[in-house]
Write a protein that binds this ligand. Structure first.
Ligand code: C2E
Ligand code: MG
Ligand code: MG
Length: 684
């Protein structure tokens, strides 16, 4: 209808309007020129104007037609204007929608190109979760051909997806979760594949008029990124040598256990392991060897605990084990013993057989601390206590342990100063020829004159010096000072004495020990034949093959080697034959029982007989009584040392002893007949 009017209006062009208007004007002229005004007025007044019977009707009719025509013209003109406007509007709309269509097409093409250009796989589903679109990347990533990824193939696609996933039920659950999320909420998670790939999934619902009409999923392959992240995390939380968790994980697990213990009233235990003498092995056999040893220890410890327990490398030769869910403190003891045994088994590494023990400190959680650091500190204190009381054992933490540790730490600090402030001094104890009572030598024994504590004895600080490595500096100082002292006595015209110096195991393990001794001998001009170096059995036996070479090097210098505290270590007699040893010192624990203790007497007699056979000189330590001396003389012990002659004394006092230089009085009652009997018995 509108179109028809439009067509009609289009025909009603300005020309036809002029024609209509002209006709209207003619009518107007006709009415006003052929019908006088007064007639019209009169008729109007008489109200007969519209009377059909009126002879003037034609005139009225004309007026009526005129007015109607005029109104019609006006109406048509008005309509034309309105229609024209409407047509213009429609044209405008048409043009606009055409342009919009173009733009939409362009934008669709652009969107398609964007979808295909993105590195992510995109999948679009409708409100009923049916596939409505995807990009090629999606098809590639999910290894699903595009021909399957068509609307209507949803079941096939789902089947293919499930087959690839590591945990399909988890995937389904996550789908439910994301569909149930609040509209408009973004959702991001990760999907793991059987073949190890990991996709990051990001999705957002498509919303129109506040209604969800579908959903767009975007998938990104983050496998490489995740692998790198995992590697970095692993490196940050694990020890690279033993591959055990490091402090970070350990502290976190202790924290978790503390929380768990609070909730459940259960207990857990921290075992602080420290290998005894590891530093020495590391120094003597090299760091590579030490590293392999640490790895082996880690593997052995792993075998001793359950999967839920944590073994961490705390640092150096320290390992910490967190044992969880224990009902009683004592439950831990069999586990500790198992670990001690496992570590104590000899290690055969690179042709070397090494045995190492460990000391263990135990702290119970939460009884011994409510923070990881306190628990670790307390287990560490207990470990120190275990170490000081004999090694290869364990100790449960008790409150007074920290005091001992503090004392020890104080001592370590002071010992550093002692070296710098020259608080160390040497005492000398005479070594007496038991045949004639003459002083033939001296053992240099270190003392520490502590400014507050007074005289400190070696047994208190030598182990600390060994632990901290300070023994190297101290040992060198002892060697140099004792050699200088020996020269001074020579210069004071005393007959030559041999000077016996104690070498600590750690000092001996230094590869350059022979070089050091050689240098000191050169420097002090001491005759090597008067220098004796004392080593304990246990040190020699630690690594007999390597140490044999060190001993041979020392022997080349011309010094003599002494086995100190003989009988307390391995007492393997075969090594006496193998090693270039000149003297043995019978430990004072055997001398103290003489002559009454039949076992001690038998041991001492056996040592003397054996030494005689091997042409070794024997020194008896710790002679305190005349009876002990008599027994030793009777069985031809060569040299004696002990409080009976003299305690260790400062060099000035030693000079006075040297001036007398005889303990004849003590030897007087030597029974010649017994001597000969002994000689007959021992030297058949
Ligand atoms: P050691 O080498 O076996 O020294 C003998 C120890 O026995 C000395 O103790 C000495 O004072 C003590 N002694 C000697 N005669 C008797 C006696 O008749 N009765 C008793 N009860 N004891 C006696 P000291 O001086 O306390 O030395 C203890 C240990 O410390 C030494 O045992 C040695 O292993 C070590 N030591 C001492 N000085 C040094 C040193 O300069 N370097 C190193 N590495 N160790 C040293
Ligand atoms: Mg000694
Ligand atoms: Mg000794």
């Amino acid at each position: 209808m509108i179109e028809r009017i439009d067509i009609f209006m289009k025909r009603l062009n300005p020309l036809s309007l002029i024609v209509i208007f002209s006709i209207a004007v003619l009518f107007f002229v006709f009415i006003f020129f052929y019908m006088p005004l007064d007639v019209i007025a009169q008729n109007f007044y008489d109200k007969s104007f519209f009377s059909l019977s009126d002879p003037l009707f034609p005139s009225y009719f004309r007026i009526l037609i005129f007015i109607t025509t005029l109104l019609l013209i006006l109406f048509l003109y008005r309509n034309r204007i309105i229609l024209k406007k409407e047509i213009n509007l429609r044209r405008e709309i048409e043009r606009e929608s055409f342009e919009k269509g173009n733009r939409l097409e362009e934008s669709l093409a652009l969107s398609h190109a964007t979808l295909e250009a993105t590195a992510d796989g995109i999948l679009v589903v409708d409100r009923d979760r049916r596939i409505v679109g995807h990009n090629q990347k999606f098809s590639k990533m999910w290894k699903i051909p595009s021909k399957i990824l068509r609307p209507g193939n949803d079941e096939k696609v789902a089947g293919s997806v499930m087959k690839q996933l590591k945990d399909p039920p988890k995937f389904i659950e996550s789908l439910e979760r994301l569909y149930n999320a609040a509209p408009g909420e973004e959702y991001k998670d990760e999907i793991e594949f059987k073949d190890g790939r990991i996709f990051e999934r990001y999705t957002m619902p498509q919303i129109r008029d506040k209604e969800i009409i579908g959903r767009v999923f975007s998938f990104r392959d983050v496998t490489q990124q995740k692998t790198m992240e995992e590697q970095l995390l692993y490196q940050a939380t694990h020890d690279s040598l033993t591959l055990l968790p490091n402090r970070v994980i350990l502290q976190d697990r202790i924290q978790q256990e503390l929380r768990y213990a609070k909730r459940t009233n259960k207990m857990a235990t921290l075992l602080f392991f420290d290998l005894d003498g590891f530093k020495l092995i590391n120094d003597s056999l090299g760091h590579n060897f030490g590293d392999i040893l640490l790895q082996s220890v880690a593997r052995r410890l792993e075998r001793c605990v359950r999967e839920q327990d944590t073994i961490a490398r705390w640092g150096g030769d320290e390992f910490v084990i967190l044992l969880t869910s224990l009902s009683h403190e004592n439950d831990v003891i069999p586990i500790i013993n198992k670990c001690l045994e496992a570590v104590g088994e000899p290690f055969v590494l690179d042709k070397h057989t090494v045995s190492i023990t460990s000391s263990v400190g135990v702290s119970i959680l939460p009884k011994d601390g409510i923070t990881p650091s306190t628990l670790l500190k307390n287990a560490d204190s207990a470990m120190y206590d275990a170490k000081s009381s004999g090694r290869n054992n364990y100790k449960f933490y008790s409150a007074d342990m920290n005091k001992n540790i503090e004392k020890k730490l104080g001592l370590i600090n002071d010992l550093h100063e002692a070296i710098e402030d020259q608080q160390l001094l040497l005492y000398y104890q005479p070594l007496v020829d038991l045949k004639n009572g003459a002083i033939v030598g001296a053992e240099a024994l270190i003392r520490w004159y502590h400014p507050l504590r007074g005289l400190v004895f070696p047994q208190e600080f030598i182990p600390i010096a060994e632990e901290t490595g300070l023994i190297i500096a101290i040992g060198e100082w002892v060697l140099r000072t004792a050699c200088k002292q020996s020269i001074r006595w020579r210069e004071e015209n005393f007959s030559p004495l041999f000077m016996s110096i104690n070498l600590s195991g750690q000092q001996f393990r230094q590869r350059d020990i022979a070089e050091l001794v050689g240098n000191v001998l050169n420097e002090t001009q001491m005759d090597p034949k008067y220098l004796s170096l004392e080593l304990t059995e246990s040190v020699i036996m630690e690594n007999s093959e390597v140490y044999l070479n060190y001993m041979l090097e020392l022997k080349k210098l011309g010094v003599s080697l002494v086995i100190d505290d003989f009988g307390t270590g391995y007492s393997s007699l075969s090594y006496l034959k193998r090693f270039p040893v000149d003297k043995i010192k019978i430990d004072q624990s055997f001398v103290s029982g003489l002559p009454k203790d039949s076992d001690d007497a038998a041991i001492v007699r056996a040592i003397l007989a054996m030494a005689d056979q091997l042409n070794l000189e024997v020194v008896a330590e710790g002679i305190e009584t005349k009876e002990q001396l008599d027994f030793l003389c009777k069985y031809s012990c060569n040299i004696g040392q002990g409080y009976l002659f003299s305690k260790p004394i400062p060099s000035e006092d030693f000079v006075n002893l040297l001036k007398k230089n005889k303990f004849n009085g003590l030897m007087e009652k030597k029974d010649k007949s017994t001597q000969s009997t002994h000689e007959l018995t021992m030297r058949p």
